[in-house]
Design a protein around this ligand. Structure first.
Ligand code: B12
Length: 212
């Protein structure tokens, strides 16, 4: 069955095959959401479980994420066309002073694969840019990444600024944080709504934060 083949192609990191199979399914009139849910998201969920379980590592996860990304590029116009409602909107970026983006990009890809609309601001992003972008996009969540102990204070400042904006500008934006120097204690201390250990954790957390 062809949807199973899409799942298998993601598990085999074969982006060319993913694109080919998705095009075949679209030509055959298969529902876009079925392709997304049963082919790509199911495979990415499995990849995420294997990653969290320590049986699969970053290079494989990146290859799987790239295969999903290639498939998403084909599906994206159709998703807009069918009016499939995203699970929520996430504004994502690495905090000011920090130029690391590999983990953040994985988080973004997994969130997209998990049905979220992602506005990726890149690296070295200041608090106000996060807030104004979230406002403009009516985002549900701002997701902050930090890889450096020296950029952790910037994360704290960003969380404080977002919480102030929530009060003063009548917003209701949730903040989630992650990155190797971050942990649940730190997230609690700076007042973030959630902490995610890895990209699959980010998706699960985002789903909780939007009340899914
Ligand atoms: C690649 C890398 C670089 C590359 C970055 C390339 C790029 N495009 O990102 C380059 C060479 C540019 C670089 C530069 C520097 N780096 Co560097 N770098 C690394 C390295 C080797 C890998 C990081 C990585 O990509 N990991 C793979 C990803 C997939 O994992 P991840 O980032 O942890 O992300 C996962 C989770 O953390 C989580 N996650 C991440 N973000 C978020 C966000 C949310 C919301 C959630 C829920 C989850 C989440 O999900 C991700 C996927 O599962 C690490 C060492 C290491 N082994 O980790 C050092 C490291 C991070 N770098 C370090 C340093 C010191 C630097 C420099 C200061 C070096 C220098 N003296 O110039 C500069 C800083 C530049 C700057 N201003 O940012 C230190 C940081 C030490 C510290 N604790 O502060 C490390 C730990 C190396 C070391 N052992 O010293 N670096």
């Amino acid at each position: 069955m062809a949807i199973q083949e899409i799942y298998d192609a993601v598990m085999e990191y074969d982006d060319t095959r993913v694109v080919e199979l998705i095009n075949q399914e679209l030509d055959a009139g298969t529902d876009v959401k079925t392709i997304l849910d049963e082919g790509m998201i199911a495979a990415m969920d499995m990849i995420g479980k294997q990653f969290s379980g320590g049986t699969l590592f970053v290079p494989e996860m990146l290859m799987a994420a790239e295969a999903v990304q290639a498939g998403l590029d084909v599906l994206r116009p159709h998703l807009v066309g069918t009016g499939t409602k995203p699970a929520g909107t996430v504004v994502l970026g690495t905090v000011r002073g920090d130029l690391h983006d590999i983990g953040k990009n994985l988080v973004g890809l997994m969130l997209e694969g998990g049905g979220f609309r992602v506005v990726d601001l890149g690296v070295d992003v200041d608090a106000e840019t996060f807030i104004t972008t979230a406002q403009e996009n009516e985002a549900d969540i701002i997701a902050l990444s930090s890889l450096l102990t020296t950029s952790m204070p910037e994360m704290e400042k960003a969380v404080a600024a977002i919480s102030e904006a929530n009060e003063n500008r009548n917003l209701n934006i949730k903040v989630m944080v992650g990155g190797p120097p971050i942990n649940q204690n730190y997230a609690d201390k700076i007042g973030a709504h959630g902490y995610g250990l890895d990209a699959p954790g980010a998706v699960a957390l985002a789903r909780t934060l939007v009340g899914d």
